[in-house]
Write a protein that binds this ligand. Structure first.
Ligand code: ADP
Ligand code: ADP
Length: 225
């Protein structure tokens, strides 16, 4: 049994089949790289797992919770970073995190500690009292990652967290993900660039036109494609 299980997930938009009978299993502790060209169906699958999209058919489970039948249970165990996260420019960095901590009903007394901890982890402690709109792109992405951590979920689902980052910020993001993995998080990360994921993912799933072409360790993948 995996901590993430997708079973025969299909999503149609009208006549168009965006994702076609997709199944895969991710074991606890894996860093699963979800790779495929633009339009392949990555975001559709990720939004399904994040309980934001209803399937045409199929099911999925995260830490035993059904995405379809128990979305609130799933939301408690995942940290989700969408590909187009709106940064709340009018907020300070700590307020942005506090906003989500309140949404997760974390008691006030614990929020400050948690916020300081996640800021430390993503190396933004020095920006705590700055406005979000003054941050660099890389810092905003790290802040969005920090936001996924406030309720300490075992699973992180990250839709193209490195997109639009310069090489240095990419390296920082990668290092951060490796550290989170060492802390015990299971991570699903998408990208359209295999080389971006190949050196640190423990498992790769390749999706094209809504179908899984290959899934397994990186050596297995390189033999297949
Ligand atoms: P990826 O994340 O791999 O770039 P997506 O999951 O965003 O791919 O999209 C998969 C396919 O589904 C694309 O062809 C896209 O145009 C189509 N699609 C996504 N969302 C919708 C929608 N709301 N209505 C119609 N087609 C959509
Ligand atoms: P309090 O209500 O505890 O007096 P304030 O809202 O006056 O706190 O904020 C004072 C400063 O304390 C803020 O500028 C911020 O740096 C820090 N702070 C307040 N709440 C938090 C929090 N939840 N997490 C991190 N820092 C906080």
């Amino acid at each position: 049994r995996g901590i993430i299980e997708v079973r025969d997930f299909t999503k149609c938009y009208g006549e168009f089949v965006a994702v076609d009978q997709l199944s895969f299993t991710i074991g606890e502790g894996e860093i699963f790289g979800f790779i495929g060209p633009n339009g392949a169906g990555k975001s559709t699958t990720i939004r399904f797992l994040a309980t934001l999209l209803r399937p045409t058919s199929g099911s999925a489970f995260v830490a035993g919770h059904s995405v379809v039948d128990d979305p609130m249970g799933v939301r408690r165990v995942i940290g989700f970073m969408p590909d187009d996260f709106g940064v709340y420019d009018g907020m300070k960095v700590w307020e942005f995190l506090d906003f989500f901590a309140v949404a997760y009903e974390i008691p006030r007394a614990r929020r400050r500690t948690i916020i300081n901890d996640v800021l430390n982890l993503v190396d933004l402690t020095h920006k705590r009292d700055d406005f979000v709109n003054g941050l660099s792109k890389g810092m905003k992405q790290r802040l969005c990652l920090a936001k996924t951590l406030v309720h300490d979920p075992p699973v992180l689902i990250l839709d193209e967290p490195a997109s639009g980052l310069d090489p240095r910020a990419r390296v920082e993001m990668k290092a951060l993900l490796v550290e989170l993995s060492r802390m015990g998080k299971t991570i699903l990360i998408s990208s359209h660039i295999l080389s971006e994921l190949a050196d640190f993912c423990t498992m790769i799933g390749v999706i094209e036109r809504g179908r899984l072409l290959a899934c397994g360790g990186i050596q297995h993948i390189q033999r297949q494609i």
